[in-house]
Write a protein that binds this ligand. Sequence first.
Ligand code: C2O
Ligand code: CU
Length: 487
Amino acid sequence: ASTLVLATATLIEGCDTSVSPVTQPKQFDRRLAIPPLARSSVDSDGTRVFRLVAQEGRTELLPGLTTTTWGFNGSYLGPTLRARRGERVAIEVTNGLAEPTTVHWHGMHLPARMDGGPHQPVAPGSTWRPTWTIDQPAATLWYHPHPHGQTEKHVYRGLGGLFLLDDPSAEVEGLPSNYGVDDVPVIVQDKKFHRDGRLDDEDDGNEVGLLGSTVVVNGTYAPYHEVTTERVRLRLLNASTARTYAFGFDDDRSFLLVGTDGGLLAAPYETKRIRLSPGERAEIVVTMEPQSVVHLRSYEPDLGSVAAPFAFGGNDSFDVLELRAARVLAPSPPVPGVLARLPEPDVPPGGRVTRRFVLQDRQINGKRMDMERIDEVVPVGVPEVWEVRNDDLVPHNFHVHDVQFRVLTIDDQPPPPELAGRKDTIYLEPRRDYRIALKFEDYVDADFPLMYHCHLLLHEDEGLMGQFVVVSGDSTTRAVDPNDVAR
Ligand code: C2O
Ligand code: CU
């Protein structure tokens, strides 16, 4: 324990603790912007085609000031893409910026060459057109740039959007689903500004990356949303580059957690808090009384045994979004007790660990990201268990491309209900072992890597990322030996 204290002291000394806490607006008096649903056209072969143009623009993020920002098809964030399971989609991504970027479909199961990672830069003025068939349950996914070493800035400047998936074969009656009315996107980001309104995207040397003292939702400062129904579903996305939130309501009411990263939970889980680290999503349903006003609040998140939570975007509570209920609320059906079929995760014989990943100091298993190095070769269709650990005292999380995984254990204990569903990103409390079950299916490409990484974007940019390829089972170049797990 004494070495821990010592390490902690050095850590605090070594980092900038001058990060200002979030300042909550005095009044929530600006109507919450709802990202428009993207328009699409259907090709002769039935493919649904979307168009995204990354561009620079000017946005009034702070009242009365203009900020130069980036967005898709607009000046900040992007439209909400929406498609159905079974549908073939194509997305024409045009880069209208002066530098290369990429667009990654976070949470999507797709061929590696459609994934939009760091190997797929779109040059200024050019267009990239990935296409794939949606084959996964209904979920709140999102898209954002992933350029090598530049992801933090591109996301921070405003590039990102939701990608909602519907599954007509597993429609759930009773969940609020009127987009922008009782099914509301809530994209939460913190920003810091210069006095003249310019975004301050300089890293100030703290351990986690860019932390701002101003929070915007869907790009709206001091937002309110008018609620007209008894129940409202909020699709929460932490699209911040570094900050972790623990969402709840200012009167401490409970709500129903109905979905996580990759889709609906088996059953609603009543709770008062949901912690979301960068990249994670949660769908919650809250019940409102007529004429009431409640605030979605971020409480101090429990980051695990980290040294100085304040310096890591942890140590404060603030309101994020005001919900204003109308005088008369239209009735909403009750949320059903069963939401989805969530099969037991598939695991290797005996549940043994296939691979182990230790995150420490911008390295995974002692290696920094190298675009030229494939770190793992994974056989398609074979269940695996990955053991993931944050060996630092600063926060990290873990995201894997192409797959939705399931948390089996955290330090040998079963996961809490909010981590029991389909996940693609999990917060890693320091010095705990997370075992996750995953299986890569359908797509094989021995020559094109996918990524796993910390989704605190500065960490990702600085090398806390690795690459894997999915190969056909019989051409696996590496035997899966439990004694051979990377340390
Ligand atoms: Cu949301 Cu590899 O990213
Ligand atoms: Cu990290």
